[in-house]
Design a protein around this ligand. Structure first.
Ligand code: S3P
Length: 425
């Protein structure tokens, strides 16, 4: 469905962002492999999380959605059974990669499939380290989904993460639960830490230090209730919207303020954004309120060390770069090419269509601020974050912007357009 959008003067009001996507996947998976009941409230009901839910249900998990909460009744890891058909992960890389960790250590065979976008995403980053634990995989062309998994008894390993990827780290920790012995992770372990925070909430002991995470196999999970805070990656679209339009002010409540996800807030403050924060809960995840007001901004340079803390926000930050003073640059972010789309090319193609000059590199791009945008036809490439980033760009573009296949926003933010229409004046 095409969405036609027009330039707006400002953004004013409160935004309720949907539940955090990363936490929603993990709460469902950990609930399903626990003993006992877990009640998950404010879970994201976006298509990606529904893919995780339906895969778990195909393996016999009991998950009841009463509209308010999802109630998961687990019978332990061994309670999951071979699915009667292929497990469809839809558009969701998190579903596929976390389930690869789980299914490689369960005593049955499984096949994971995905949509056209997921079918082009690299899976060796997960299958290689899991194979080191004795897992058996068959990937398509040795790289891609469909992924066939021959479940087996895993053995613990020491793996040095070459990529700062929370999906790889989480797949290894889940496999570590099923392995004999102690699995140790070192290397690039500094990525979002929801798995490390949530596993102890389900009774698992982890050893965490700045350079190492280790987990003893054979631990039982115990069901627990989880309240999912709002997703800062979804809030990011409205933070940037407020910074594009003079006179804007946006309030968020019940937002995840997990330090490993605060890259966007740290960057915006660094370049001059007026942001105030109040933390209202610390454990298991910091949650709070955030207010952002329109501000004049300097340019930014995102370097490799910062990328993992704001990886999903880079498309909308590219839109922000067009109003910053000076040249903004992203480097050390080649993994953007392996997301739901090649986000370096998707951002460049769409910004160019709106009249902006962009230089691209293998690992990022640069954009000079102060360029005028005009409306254009936007290709979304099966990528929810490209659709939302360019819907935000339409707020400052002369004329009409048409977002092709805009329904892809349902992946992470089903009410995105309703919210935008409500607060844009
Ligand atoms: C996610 C981790 C990130 C992120 C994705 C969700 C997660 O991916 O881009 O949207 O829930 O673990 P990588 O681990 O591949 O960087």
């Amino acid at each position: 469905m095409d969405k036609k959008l027009k330039k707006k003067a400002k953004i004013l009001g409160e935004v309720i962002v949907p539940g955090d996507k990363s936490l929603s996947h993990r709460a469902l998976i950990f609930g399903a492999i626990s003993h006992g009941e877990s009640r998950i409230s404010q879970i994201l009901r976006g298509a990606d999380v529904m893919s995780t839910k339906s895969c778990l249900e195909s393996m016999g998990a009991s998950i009841i959605d009463n509209g308010e909460e999802m109630i998961v009744r687990g019978q332990g890891i061994k309670g999951l059974k071979r699915a009667p058909s292929k497990l469809d992960c839809g558009n969701s890389g998190t579903t596929m990669r976390l389930l690869m960790g789980l299914l490689s250590g369960l005593p049955f065979d499984s096949t994971l499939i995905g949509d056209v976008s997921l079918s082009k995403r690299p899976m060796k980053r997960v299958s290689d380290p899991l194979s080191q634990m004795g897992a058996h995989f068959e990937l398509t062309n040795e790289k891609f989904p469909p992924v066939f998994i021959h479940g087996t008894q895993l053995k613990a390993t020491h793996y040095e993460l070459p990529l700062a990827s929370a999906q790889v780290k989480s797949a290894m920790l889940i496999a570590g639960l099923l392995a004999k012995g102690k699995t140790k992770l070192t290397g690039k372990i500094q990525s979002r830490d929801h798995t490390e925070r949530l596993l102890p909430h389900f009774g698992v002991k982890l050893h965490l230090s700045e350079n190492e995470i280790s987990i003893e196999g054979g631990q039982q999970l115990k069901g627990n209730d989880v309240l999912i805070p709002g997703d800062i990656s979804s809030a990011a679209f409205f933070m940037v919207a407020a910074l594009l339009c003079p006179g804007s002010e946006v309030h968020f409540k019940n937002l995840s303020l997990n330090p490993s996800r605060m890259g966007i807030v740290n960057l915006l403050k660094r370049i001059g954004a007026d942001i105030s924060i109040k933390i209202t809960q610390e454990v298991p995840e910091p949650i709070g309120e955030l207010v952002i007001k329109y501000s004049k901004l300097k340019s930014f340079h995102i370097q490799e060390s910062e990328v993992a803390s704001l990886i999903d926000e880079i498309p909308v930050l590219a839109v922000l770069a067009t109003v910053c003073e000076g040249v903004s640059r992203v480097s050390g972010a080649e993994d953007l090419r392996a997301k739901e789309s090649d986000r370096i090319e998707a951002v460049a193609q769409n910004l160019r269509a709106m009249g902006v000059k962009v230089d691209t590199y293998e690992d990022g791009f640069s954009i000079e601020g102060g360029q005028e945008l005009h409306g254009a036809e936007i290709e979304t490439f099966h990528d929810h974050r490209i659709a939302m980033a360019f819907s935000v760009a339409s707020l400052i573009a002369e004329g009409e912007t048409v977002i092709k296949k805009s329904e892809i926003v349902d992946i992470s933010f089903p009410d995105f357009y309703k919210t935008l229409e409500r607060i844009a004046e």
